[in-house]
Write a protein that binds this ligand. Structure first.
Ligand SMILES: [Zn+2]
Length: 145
């Protein structure tokens, strides 16, 4: 059993993210000064310039902010997947992550419109790496608010 797609290089800066994913949580670095969350793994804030971040657990909930389909094979291992969906999800806490939307029948864009509520799901692809993807919120079928 081997995983054919690219895997992250886990280092000291990114390890908390991957350890949390393995445990079924979404964690990101948050600036000690301005409070913004980051989706890059460096010990400084690119919003206010402060040097100093801490890790915080997020809700894992958000909305689709942008969506598209990849028809080209950009990375080895995706040959059987094209075309596949790619989305940018805006988390409740305000930052955005690039991800895939799973749990759709066909994975087409009409099934994952901008604004749709989604939540993080965790896919263990190797003993070390659990990927975070997003799926429609369990209550998404209920009346909108
Ligand atoms: Zn900051």
């Amino acid at each position: 059993m081997s995983y054919a797609k690219p895997l992250p290089r886990i280092d000291d800066h990114s390890r908390p993210f991957w350890d949390a994913a393995k445990a079924g949580h979404l964690m990101l670095p948050r600036c000690d000064a301005c409070g913004s969350f980051h989706t890059y793994f460096e010990p400084w804030c690119n919003k206010c310039g402060h040097e100093g971040v801490h890790w915080e657990r997020l809700s894992g909930r958000g909305r689709i902010w942008a969506n598209c389909r990849f028809h080209k094979i950009y990375f080895a291992g995706f040959e059987k997947d094209v075309p596949y969906n790619v989305a940018m999800v805006e988390l409740e806490e305000g930052c955005r992550l690039v991800t895939n939307i799973v749990g759709l029948e066909r994975g087409t864009l009409d099934e994952m419109p901008i604004g749709m509520e989604v939540e993080a799901v965790f896919e263990a692809v190797t003993p070390e790496v659990t990927l975070i993807k997003f799926a429609p919120m369990a209550s998404a079928g209920d009346a909108g608010e």
